[in-house]
Write a protein that binds this ligand. Structure first.
Ligand code: GLC
Length: 422
C-alpha cells in the first residue's frame, strides 16, 4: 500500500473518533475524552486541521478543576459502553470527570505542535490563552502530589499511570481491599479477556474510586489515607520533561505566571531525588511503593522515560542503552512494555508485555537525543512494521505482532502521522 493511503486512513480515524471538538480513543471501548490520549491526538490533528488540533486541548482544559487538576477522563456526554462512568466516580466541577489525572504530557505535545504549526498567529493566540491553565496543572501535581517536597510526585491509582495493569503495581495494588459490591465490566464486551486486566485487579481499582469519593476528594485526607501510593517513575519523568517544555514555551511566548519560579525549583528537586528510584540490584529505574517504602522491582518500559526526560546521567543512560538493546531483541517486535525475561511477561495482556507506539516514540526520542540512534531506529522500524502488518490498533502483541485491544485507535493514528508515515 502507498504511504498516502496509510496517511489517509490515519486521518480518517481521527475524523471518525471526533465527537465535536474532542476525540475519543476508540468508539465503544473508550467513549469519552482521555487526558494523555487527547494530548497525543492533538498532535495528530496538526496534520489534518490546526484549529481542530488546538480545540482538542481547549476541551481538555474545559474539564479542569479549580485546584488545577486536569482529569484522566472527562465525561462530556453519557455512554453505556464504558464502566465505571460518571455516576460511579461522582466527581467533576464544570464537567463530570474522574478525580485522578494521567501522565502529564500535554505541555510536551504543545511544544511539538508549536514546532510544526504553520498558522503562527493562531499558534500564538492559542498558547497565550491556554498555557496559564497548563502551568496551574503542573503546580497542582507538585503541590497536591508531593506535599512534602521530595521531588517525586505520588500517584493514587494504577489508572493514573496510564499503564493500568503494569506488573510494577502488583504488590501495591494487592494491599488495597477489594470492593464489595457487584458490578459488570463493559471492557470485556469489546476485547478478549486474555488481553485485559483480571477481576482481582478491577475489584481494587474500584475500591480506590470509592475511597476518593468517600474522602470527598480532599487532597490531605487522600494523601494521608490512600491505601495505594506510588512514586511512579513514568509520571515523574514525563512530568519533569513536560515542565521543562512548559517553561520553554512560556519563555518563548512571554507568558507571565507567578508559579513559574516554583516550577524551576521543582525541576531541581526532581533532579536531586531521581536516583532514589535507581536499583543497584537491577541496574534500572523503578517506581516506589511509598506505603512500604520499597521499589517495585519489575522492569517495565516506564523506566526508559528517564532517558526521554533527560533525567538519567550519561553513565546510567549507557547502562539503559545496553539494557534496551537486549530487551528489544528478546521479543519479535520491540519494545515490549515488560522485559521479556520476566516471569510476569505476557506479550498480549495490556501493559504486561504488548507494544504501544506512543511509548516507542517517546523512548526513541530519548535514545536519539543521547546519540543512541540504533535503538531509536529499531523502535521506529518495528512500529512501522506493526502498523503495516496489523493496522491502527490500540497496542500490539510483542511476539506475533497481532493488533490488540481497540481498533481504529486515535493515538496510534496520531503517532503514525507524526512519526511513522513520513
Ligand atoms: C487504557 C490505557 C490508558 C489510556 C486509556 C484510553 O485505560 O491503559 O493509558 O489512556 O485506555 O486509551
Amino acid at each position: 500500500m502507498k504511504l498516502s493511503t496509510y496517511q489517509n486512513t490515519a486521518k480518517e480515524i481521527l475524523k471518525i473518533n471526533d465527537f465535536g471538538g474532542y476525540t475519543v480513543p476508540t468508539k465503544g471501548l473508550y467513549p469519552f475524552q482521555w487526558n494523555w490520549d487527547s494530548a497525543i491526538t492533538a498532535l495528530g490533528w496538526m496534520y489534518v486541521d490546526e484549529k481542530r488540533a488546538w480545540k482538542e486541548i481547549e476541551m481538555l482544559i474545559a474539564g479542569q478543576w479549580q485546584n488545577g487538576m486536569l482529569p484522566h477522563i472527562i465525561f462530556h456526554q453519557e455512554s453505556d459502553t464504558y464502566f465505571p462512568g460518571p455516576d460511579v466516580w461522582g466527581a467533576g466541577e464544570k464537567l463530570h470527570s474522574t478525580s485522578i489525572s494521567q501522565p502529564p504530557i500535554v505541555a510536551s505535545m504543545m511544544l511539538e505542535m508549536a514546532a510544526i504549526a504553520t498558522d503562527k498567529p493562531l499558534l500564538e493566540s492559542k498558547l497565550k490563552a491556554m498555557l496559564p491553565a497548563i502551568v496551574d496543572y503542573h503546580l497542582w501535581w507538585y503541590r497536591d502530589r508531593d506535599p512534602q517536597n521530595t521531588g517525586l510526585v505520588s500517584s493514587y491509582h494504577p489508572w493514573e499511570s496510564g499503564m493500568d495493569n503494569s506488573p510494577a503495581w502488583d504488590d501495591a495494588l494487592a494491599a488495597v481491599p477489594q470492593v464489595e459490591w457487584e458490578y459488570q465490566r463493559r471492557d470485556l464486551n469489546h476485547v478478549d479477556s486474555d488481553q485485559r486486566p483480571h477481576k482481582a485487579q478491577y475489584d481494587r481499582y474500584l475500591y480506590l474510586v470509592d475511597f476518593f469519593k468517600k474522602s470527598n476528594f480532599d487532597p490531605q485526607i487522600i494523601y494521608q489515607n490512600c491505601p495505594y501510593k506510588v512514586q511512579d517513575i513514568g509520571i515523574i519523568a514525563m512530568l519533569y520533561k513536560a515542565t521543562l517544555d512548559l517553561l520553554t514555551l512560556c519563555q518563548q511566548f512571554k507568558i507571565e505566571h507567578q508559579g513559574l519560579d516554583q516550577l524551576s525549583k521543582e525541576l531541581e528537586l526532581t533532579e536531586q531525588a531521581i536516583d532514589q528510584l535507581w536499583s543497584d540490584e537491577t541496574q534500572f529505574y523503578h517506581s516506589r511503593n511509598t506505603i512500604t517504602n520499597e521499589l517495585c522491582l519489575d522492569q517495565t518500559s516506564a523506566g526508559f522515560m528517564t532517558v526521554y526526560a533527560g533525567l538519567s546521567s550519561p553513565e546510567k543512560t549507557q547502562i539503559l542503552t545496553e539494557c534496551a538493546q537486549t530487551w528489544a531483541n528478546s521479543s519479535q517486535y520491540s519494545l515490549a512494555s515488560t522485559i521479556p525475561s520476566s516471569e510476569k511477561y505476557e506479550p498480549q495482556r495490556y501493559w504486561r508485555g504488548p507494544i504501544w507506539l506512543h511509548i516507542n516514540w517517546m523512548i526513541a526520542q530519548g535514545f536519539e537525543k543521547s546519540n543512541q540512534n540504533f535503538i531509536a531506529e529499531k523502535l521506529q522500524q518495528d512500529a512501522k512494521a506493526l502498523l503495516k502488518e496489523s493496522g491502527f490498533f490500540e497496542y500490539f502483541h510483542a511476539d506475533s505482532g497481532q493488533g490488540c485491544g481497540g481498533d481504529n485507535f486515535s493515538w496510534t493514528a496520531a503517532i503514525a502521522l507524526h512519526w511513522i508515515l513520513k
